[in-house]
Design a protein around this ligand. Structure first.
Ligand code: PLP
Length: 383
């Protein structure tokens, strides 16, 4: 019921505290199945200070708009482009929708089709429904990466683009993006790489010596990339990123906003009013941690996943789905549903995904949490 009379701030906060008591929090270390994390304190401070900035009306907040552009430039740079075009958006879903929208608008074909791996995130289902683009699913190989030959066999004159994934949602697998890029060039099609998760992992992991396929704009067929700062970038929700290689993709999805207080602008994002604070927080985190800082975050996460995968193999009744590629480790069991329920009953925030449980080594996940989890899993699997 909408209250007629207001309560004091203190009362409201107390009530909220009670109402959210059952929420799992990232800093408790109990959330093992999420791609989000406890945001970095600097990013929290930036959001607090600049909470009123609206990038939907950038003429009012020209400084913030400039900072967003710099954040986009730094992300483009991380992904192998000197100059990219894009936005800090609400998340990977919006970024993927924008990429499909750009491909569709530029292709201008009747009954448009998009080819994507069976492992693709469900955000593409939303894009398909909203944009009237038919999804054509490509099979996976035994290693759970997309079968590039199957992708090729599905290209028709209605195809508007191809999607590859750099860090699948369930297993953290990186598709053979170099081959997808060659294929895209050969057929004159744009390739979108969904690196919502992997974007803030792969560049650092590669420098640490992990053997991971190339995935970014250094491959000429890649025309757009999703990269989410609110995942491994440690920026508060909402903060996604969409980067295009060329301006024409952004222009193809821009709508004129005529009435804004800051003047007429062309707007490409799905959201109108949108948080400037998020873009500023992305900028601040990149400036603060730099490549070396993120590399250390990724080093710890990758080492923990290798160790965890080794420990899982020692538990009878549980098996690894595949050796981890990034910092995601997934396991299966004959009694998966029962295991999942009993682990959840013990207060673990895990997610079961297409027949397996996925553990994501986010920065808030520490070895002691995993040791405790392994003890619980061992007990439940034995019983
Ligand atoms: N793409 C991939 C590969 C993802 O794993 C996710 C989310 O987990 C998304 C896109 C969607 O991101 P968001 O939930 O931020 O919209």
């Amino acid at each position: 019921m909408f209250p007629r009379k207001g309560a004091s701030g203190e009362e409201v906060l107390e009530e909220l505290e009670r109402k959210t008591e059952e929420d799992l929090t990232f800093d408790s270390g109990r959330i093992l199945g999420s791609m989000c994390t406890y945001p970095h304190p600097l990013a929290v401070e930036v959001v607090r200070r600049y909470i009123d900035r609206n990038l939907g009306d950038p003429g009012l907040h020209v400084g913030s708009q400039r900072v967003e552009k710099e954040a986009v430039d730094m992300l483009s740079n991380l992904l192998g482009l000197e100059r990219g075009y894009g936005h800090i958006v609400s998340g990977g879903t919006e970024a993927n929708i924008l990429a499909v929208r750009a491909f569709r608008n530029l292709a201008d074909v009747e009954k448009p089709e998009l080819i994507l791996p069976e492992s693709a995130h469900f955000s593409f289902l939303k894009a398909s429904e909203m944009l009237g683009v038919k999804l054509v699913w490509a099979k996976l190989k035994e290693d759970y990466s997309v079968d590039v030959r199957d992708v090729e066999s599905k290209i028709t004159d209605r195809t508007i683009g191809i999607v590859g994934i750099a860090g699948t949602t369930g297993l953290g697998v990186v598709d053979d993006i170099p081959s997808l890029s060659d294929l895209a060039i050969e057929h004159g099609l744009p390739l979108h790489v969904d690196a919502a998760f992997g974007g803030f992992v792969i560049p650092f992991a590669k420098e640490l010596g992990y053997d991971i396929p190339d995935f970014d704009f250094r491959l000429k067929g890649v025309k757009s990339i999703t990269i989410d700062p609110h995942k491994m970038g440690m920026v508060p929700i909402p903060a996604g990123g969409i980067i295009f290689r060329e301006k024409k993709y952004l222009e193809a999805i821009s709508i004129l906003a005529p009435y804004l207080a800051g003047g007429r602008i062309w707007q490409a994002t799905i959201t109108g009013t949108r948080p400037g604070a998020s873009a500023l927080a992305v900028w601040a985190m990149i400036k603060h941690l730099g490549f070396e800082g993120y590399k250390e975050v990724v080093r710890e996460a990758m080492e923990l996943s290798r160790w965890f995968a080794g420990e899982l193999k020692k538990i009878p009744g549980v098996y690894l789905i595949r050796e981890p590629v990034l910092n995601i480790v997934s396991f299966g069991s004959e009694r998966l549903e029962e295991l999942e329920e009993r682990l959840k009953n013990r207060g673990w925030g895990i997610s079961a995904h297409r027949g397996y449980v996925r553990i994501v080594m986010m920065p808030h996940v520490k070895r002691e949490h995993l040791e405790e989890f392994l003890r619980d899993l061992g007990e439940i699997a034995a019983g």
